[in-house]
Every structure is written in structure tokens, then in C-alpha cells.
Design a protein around this ligand. Structure first.
Ligand code: NAD
Ligand code: UDP
Length: 356
């Protein structure tokens, strides 16, 4: 990048909500490497401050100079006031939210309260302090059970559970906010299945309790924390009977956020626009297991189980819009995803925590 452009970016400050989490840490690191100043607000509900310390170390002098961490909760307006009154932000990347589908079915109030009220408070403070540029973490979950694949951004949206409904409602809220005040510029990023870890093996996904998602589960089987993987569904109409998803390397995802941010700064009529972040390739559960076994040299014992209620047969992204309008395209395939996930797992079998 031209040094002038980099210089200009050095003046730009980005607030990253949920920046201590899985996708947040990887994105914060890329932002620092690109010369942005970053403030994180996170309540550490699903993360630890050690993750932020590792990001700071990985970013070297940019990390020690340009990264601030605020322990705070988006539901608490005093916490937001403290953060917004200290720094003038050029844009916000909003990751903070709860994301476990099963938990959202059991505790819908918690999900509506955390994800909706947290975001409404954030929008209120962004408006109050005149920072009207936001990149928001949405999800492929808003496509529900897609009738056709690949999923295209203009498909009709449908939620399958309270978590998905929070994403759907927040997309609608963002559209309304932008419509009411055209000064707002909002990009909704619909992630497909983020996996992998930073190639250093210093940061990665570290879920609390038994993982819900496929890759963290496989990882914990590989390091001996769990005995076997339950494969949910082996009678789908797919080549091997298991379900198909679009797995995307978290580094590609982080780059997608930088591309979205650049687009927001450069485009005054972006409005409120949604983009898929996926690779456009579908991989089955059994193919993913085989790729991880190859990358790790470990055998992953599996148990074939009934389908998980609410799961779609096959979901993958149309990548055209992001490629054309954001100039972004995923670079990594499942070999790199599994290699980097295993590197993180083997160096940190208990995540950021010491072995109990
Ligand atoms: P994560 O749980 O690792 O990170 C979320 C962070 O937000 C955590 O550090 C948590 O402590 C923080 N947080 C939650 N509620 C908060 C609140 N009220 N105030 C302050 N901080 C709060 O999750 P992730 O995988 O990094 O996901 C980031 C975002 O991307 C989420 O909004 C999630 O719904 C969305 N998303 C994730 C996936 C995925 O598979 N990982 C897929 C699609 C969308
Ligand atoms: N899956 C599985 N075993 C697990 C977790 C997930 O077989 O322990 C399957 C799941 O049924 C789906 C795919 O892996 O077909 C991806 O699931 P994940 O929960 O990671 O993401 P989703 O696409 O459901 O958001």
C-alpha cells in the first residue's frame, strides 16, 4: 500500500465491539497491521483478556501504540459513554453478541436482551457522537433453509431460531436506521462457517464448555479432550450422506472486514448493504474430518448420528457481489484451514486457559 494511504489510515480510529472473541481478535490484528488505531469493548463473557494481550504482542509496535482495551458491556450505557467520550471513532466494527443456537432456544430472553439491546445502545451512542459508519456481523443463518444454492444476498430472509432472529431483526433495524438518516453507512457481513486460526498458532477459537460447532469439536477430539465426533446426519442427499457447508478461513474473514471498512470510507452512497463472506465452495462433514485427519496426523473417531434438528442439507455462498463490489475473495482452502486450526490446537490444547 502507498505510504500516503497508510499514513492517512493511521489517523483512523476503529471501535471493535467483541474484539476479544474469535473473529474479533483476528480482525483487530489485521487492523493494527494495516495501521489503524483500535479500541476494543468486550465484557469477556465468551473470551479472555489474554487473547487481547496476544494480539498486542503479535502486532509488535503497532500493538503497543495503537490498541486499547475497555472491559465493558454494550447493555450498560455508562460503559459506552466512557468509551465514546474518550476517543473520536471513524467507524465501528460490531462483533459483540451471543451466538450459540441451542442456548438461544433455551434462553431466548437472554439473546434478545444481549444482542438487540446491546446493539440499540451502540447505535444510540454512535448517533450521539456522530460516528455513523458500521460494519455488522450478520450470518448465513439469515438464509434459513435455502431453497436453492448458492445463497445470493437478495434471497428472502428467514430465521430458524432465536439467535437467527436476532441477526434478522438487527439487519432490519440497521436498514431502518440508515433509511431514516442517510448519513449512516452500514455494511452487513453475512459470514458462512468461520474456522481456522492465525498461522502463528497464538490466537484461535476457544469456546467455553462443549463446543457446538464442528471444527472446535473435531479439534477437541484430536487433542484428547473429547472421545469422538458425533456426525449429525448421514442420510442427506449429498455425495457421502453428510451435510454441506461453506467453511471460510478466519484470516480471509478478517480481510473481508478490512475490505468492507475501506468500502464504507470510500462510498458515500453505500446505504445499508449486505455481503456474503464465504468461499463459494461446499464441503461435507466427512470431507472436513478427513482433511483434519490429514493435517493433524490424528485419527478422529466418529459416530454416525441422526440429523440435528433445524440443520440444512447444503449451504454455500454466492461470492460474486463481495468480489465485484468489495474487491475481496477468499484465498484459503480447507487444507490451510485445517493446518492452522491444528497448529493452534496443538500449541494450545486447552485454549487460552491452563490445563485444569
Ligand atoms: P465470540 O463469542 O468469540 O466473540 C463475541 C465477543 O463478544 C466475545 O468476546 C464476548 O465476550 C463479547 N460480547 C458478547 N456480548 C457482549 C456485550 N453485551 N457487551 C460486550 N461484549 C460482549 O464469537 P465470534 O465467533 O467471534 O463471533 C463474532 C460475531 O460474529 C457474533 O456476533 C456472531 O454472532 C457472528 N457470527 C459468528 C459466526 C461463527 O460461526 N463464529 C458465524 C456467523 C456470525
Ligand atoms: N456437525 C456435526 N457434529 C458436531 C457439530 C456439527 O456433525 O458436533 C455438523 C452440523 O450438523 C452441520 C455442520 O457440521 O452439518 C456444521 O455445523 P456447525 O454447527 O459448525 O455450523 P452451522 O452451519 O450449523 O452454523
Amino acid at each position: 500500500m502507498a505510504s500516503e494511504a497508510k499514513q492517512q489510515q493511521q489517523q483512523q480510529s476503529i471501535l471493535v465491539t467483541g474484539g476479544a472473541g474469535f473473529i474479533g481478535t483476528h480482525t483487530v490484528l489485521q487492523l493494527l497491521n494495516e495501521g489503524f488505531r483500535v479500541s476494543i469493548i468486550d465484557n469477556l463473557d465468551n473470551s479472555v483478556e489474554e487473547a487481547v494481550d496476544r494480539v498486542r504482542d503479535l502486532a509488535g509496535s503497532n500493538g503497543s501504540r495503537n490498541l486499547q482495551f475497555h472491559l465493558g458491556d454494550l447493555r450498560n450505557k455508562d460503559d459506552l459513554e466512557k468509551v465514546f467520550s474518550q476517543t473520536r471513532f471513524d467507524a465501528v466494527i460490531h462483533f459483540a453478541g451471543l451466538k450459540a443456537v441451542g442456548e438461544s432456544v433455551a434462553k431466548p430472553w437472554l439473546y434478545y436482551s444481549n444482542n438487540l439491546i446491546g446493539t440499540l445502545n451502540l447505535l444510540e451512542f454512535m448517533g450521539k457522537y456522530g460516528c455513523k459508519k458500521m460494519v455488522f456481523s450478520s450470518s448465513a443463518t439469515v438464509y434459513g433453509q435455502p431453497e436453492t444454492i448458492p445463497c445470493v444476498e437478495n434471497f428472502q430472509l428467514k430465521a430458524m431460531n432465536p439467535y437467527g432472529r436476532t441477526k434478522l431483526f438487527l439487519e432490519e433495524i440497521a436498514r431502518d436506521v440508515q433509511k431514516a438518516d442517510p448519513d449512516w453507512r452500514i455494511i452487513l457481513l453475512r459470514y458462512f462457517n468461520p474456522v481456522g486460526a492465525h498461522p502463528s498458532g497464538q490466537i484461535g477459537e476457544d469456546p467455553k464448555g462443549i463446543p457446538n460447532n464442528l471444527m472446535p469439536y473435531i479439534q477437541q477430539v484430536a487433542v484428547g479432550r473429547l472421545p469422538e465426533l458425533n456426525v449429525f446426519g448421514h442420510d442427506y442427499p449429498t455425495k457421502d450422506g453428510s451435510a454441506i457447508r461453506d467453511y471460510i478461513h478466519v484470516i480471509d474473514l478478517a480481510d473481508g472486514h478490512i475490505a468492507a471498512l475501506r468500502k464504507i470510507f470510500a462510498t458515500d452512497d453505500i446505504g445499508c448493504t449486505a455481503y456474503n463472506l464465504g468461499t463459494g465452495h461446499g464441503t461435507s462433514v466427512l470431507e472436513m474430518v478427513a482433511a483434519f485427519e490429514k493435517a493433524s496426523g490424528k485419527q478422529i473417531p466418529i459416530r454416525l448420528c441422526p440429523r440435528r434438528p433445524g440443520d440444512a442439507t447444503a449451504v454455500f455462498a454466492s461470492t460474486e457481489k463481495a468480489q465485484k463490489e468489495l474487491g475481496w475473495k477468499a484465498k484459503y482452502g480447507i487444507e490451510e484451514m485445517c493446518r492452522d486450526q491444528w497448529n493452534w490446537a496443538s500449541k494450545n490444547p486447552w485454549g487460552y486457559r491452563p490445563q485444569p
